[in-house]
Design a binder for this molecule. Structure first.
Ligand code: CA
Length: 234
């Protein structure tokens, strides 16, 4: 039994074929699945079903996926993974900024989706415990002592570099948009100073990545943001 066994997943998707495929595949991996064909139906079902995770299609017939996220976020911190067919990055960024945790672009492979689901559930479980040490591959962050190590060797970060890394660590495994990072690190008045992120991300990667040109710890999600990976292997 894995820790995710029996987790309850609510699928909000108007395409019956995709609903069926998701229901069957998630069910065969031990998840309990409920499906809804409209945004309203999904919102009505969520509280009674006690969702551990919501898979949400952004293009729904009755309301926008963004509105669904806003309503869900007003009452719950349940992880939300957005399913998007849209070519524009703007929809994904808007969904993440309003509170979605991750996205998968259609058409997606079921293995990719299952991996995202596992990470989101693991992260949600971790955030309910007070885990002061973050470990991923060679990277260790002692959040109480503000100490960062790579392969057991201490790395000295400036306060801004540390703030950037700890903001990513707080949501490790999921994507943070540039706007979300700006607001967490520099403050609520920021939002369009993407160049700050680029400068400090470059410096941070030089200190924590074995090969800063091919980062393994902090991945760039082109046009969307950044993801601190949760690597199991050292
Ligand atoms: Ca749709």
């Amino acid at each position: 039994m894995s820790p995710s066994d029996g987790a309850r997943i609510l699928v909000i998707e108007d395409d019956p074929a995709v609903r069926r495929i998701l229901g069957r595949n998630l069910g065969s991996h031990g998840y309990r699945v409920e499906t809804a064909g409209t945004g309203r139906e999904g919102l009505d079902r969520d509280p009674g079903f006690h969702s551990d995770l919501v898979l949400l299609d952004l293009g729904l017939p009755d309301m926008s996926g963004i509105e669904v996220i806003a309503e869900l976020r007003a009452r719950t911190s349940t992880p939300i993974i957005v399913l998007s067919v849209r070519e524009t990055e703007a929809d994904k960024v808007a969904a993440l900024n309003i509170g979605a945790d991750d996205y998968v672009t259609k058409p997606f492979g079921i293995d990719e989706l299952l991996a995202r689901v596992r990470v989101a559930l693991r992260r949600a479980a971790r955030s309910t415990t007070t885990e002061p040490i973050f470990r991923s591959g060679p990277l260790t962050i002692d959040l109480a002592r503000r100490r960062v190590e790579v392969d057991g060797v201490e790395v000295h970060l400036t306060p801004t570099e540390y703030a950037l890394l700890s903001a990513l660590a707080a949501d490790a495994g999921s994507v943070l948009t540039e706007r979300a990072l700006l607001q967490r690190v520099w403050g609520a008045d920021y939002g369009s100073e993407d160049h700050y992120i680029h400068v400090y991300m470059g410096r941070l990667r030089k200190k924590i990545e074995a090969d800063p040109a091919n980062p393994r710890q902090i991945r760039t999600e082109p046009g969307v943001g950044y993801r601190l990976m949760m690597n199991e292997e050292p």
